[in-house]
Design a protein around this ligand. Structure first.
Ligand SMILES: *Cc1c(COP(=O)(O)O)cnc(C)c1O
Length: 406
């Protein structure tokens, strides 16, 4: 019998390197990649018993796969969740978490500041199926209270949000949601499982895009849904089994290896992001720099109460508007222009013309996204090199600021 983990609580870095590992009879060191679509049975009787549920045996990788199961177990241990199911992308995780639970006639309340595709599911897809959707400003408890005065099936929120890093008070909203009968789903991508534990703050279900920090090296897409064993087994698993948003074992294996260094990477990226936020806040070209742990963040106290780090993303506004923002992006020599985040390479996005272009000017204004807003995902490069690159790009943007001001 392969040995199992010690029967005492283990810390996150240990779980990230060891959690969920299941050795095969070959006693390999690294997690094995079971790149197989199906599985064979010893006999027709074993196949019959497996389908009847009286024997445990892998059947088909759409329902379950050993490499994927190792990743599910590792993430469940890290999150402190009873169960986890992987999906092919983060959006498949959000979609499966919502559609497995909801039915016509239900009502969903969501924070307005959602990842673009999550916003589309709530605003456009759900109403097509007779599900009412209501948006609130996530930071305004009075709006949550009003919206949750009526019976509600589900609450979906993101904290900190993309790209403005707005926070939602998780314990307060969870209490209101539970009174309304709702299941609380938290998209925890920006915080990562290391900096915020939504299940301990009142959430029922946590979803991730593993494409971001978990792979963290720009290679594969993946998603995860975590919750209670009952909900995962009875609500989520039948949906995933029969609709097929399953994660490839190969991508699961890449994400397993990515997780081994998640704590090292996220800690280093947070330290650099905090230093860069302070640097940006002192620059004349920058109208404001947003970072949840900075003293001037409007929700700093809440951030410090529910997170253990400020995150790996800094958002800032260039005084010179779109002109300055484009000059800034184009002048960067190290940092790439890309709409991904959580990568070991630092990436910069202009939300108004890319990720948040489709929501329209009015909704952008409501979220505080201006034409000068830049989202910077801080990577693993030396922070001094990053600050030199940002300095040169700000100087390039500065020309536009001066002209715009004249
Ligand atoms: C990227 C992202 C998603 C979607 O994940 P994919 O893996 O791209 O499908 C959902 N929510 C947030 C907050 C994200 O950053």
């Amino acid at each position: 019998m392969p040995k199992s983990l010690p029967n005492r609580p283990l810390r996150p870095a240990t779980l990230l390197a060891r959690g969920g590992t299941m050795r095969s009879n070959h006693d390999e060191t690294a997690e094995a990649l079971f790149l197989t679509s199906g599985f064979v049975y010893d006999s027709a009787e074993q196949a019959e018993a497996t389908f009847a549920g009286t024997a445990t045996h892998y059947q088909y990788s759409r329902f379950g796969n050993p490499t994927v199961a190792m990743l599910e177990q590792r993430l469940a241990l890290l999150e402190g969740a009873e169960a986890c199911r992987m999906t092919a992308t983060g959006m498949a995780a959000v979609h499966a978490a919502m559609l497995s639970h909801l039915k016509a006639g239900d009502r969903v309340v969501a924070s307005r500041a959602l990842f673009g595709s999550c916003h589309w599911i709530v605003s456009t897809l759900l109403p097509r199926y007779g599900i009412e959707s209501v948006f609130v400003d996530g930071g305004d408890l009075a709006q949550w209270e009003r919206a949750l005065a009526a019976p509600t099936a589900m609450v979906l929120l993101e904290t900190p949000s993309n790209p403005m890093l707005d926070l939602v008070d998780l314990p307060a909203v969870a209490a209101l949601a539970h009174k309304a009968g709702a299941v609380v789903v938290v998209d925890n991508v920006f915080a990562t499982p290391l900096l915020q534990k939504p299940l301990t703050l009142g959430a029922d279900v946590v979803v991730y895009s593993c494409t971001k920090h978990m792979d963290g090296q720009g290679r594969v897409l993946g998603g995860a849904v975590l919750g209670s064993k009952t909900w995962v087994d009875e609500v989520l698993q039948p949906f995933i089994r029969n609709t097929g948003p399953s994660l490839s074992p190969f991508n699961a294996w890449v994400i397993l290896k990515g997780l081994e260094t998640l704590a090292l990477r996220v800690n280093a990226m947070c330290a650099s992001a905090a230093a860069i936020a302070d640097f940006l806040a002192g620059r004349p070209e920058v109208a404001r720099a947003l970072y949840p742990f900075r003293a001037d963040h409007p929700q700093q106290a809440l951030a410090r109460a529910q997170m253990t780090g400020g995150g790996t993303v800094v958002t800032f506004e260039l005084a010179g508007g779109k002109d300055a923002a484009f000059r800034f992006c184009n002048a960067l020599r190290l940092v790439d222009v890309s709409n991904n985040l959580g990568d070991s390479k630092s990436l910069v996005t202009h939300p108004a013309t890319t990720t948040h272009m489709r929501i329209g000017a009015e909704e952008r204004a409501r979220l505080g996204i201006t034409d000068g807003t830049i989202r910077l995902s801080v990577g693993l490069e030396d922070v001094a090199d990053l600050i030199e690159d940002l300095t040169e790009a700000l100087e390039a943007a500065g020309g536009a600021v001066a002209r715009a001001a004249e």
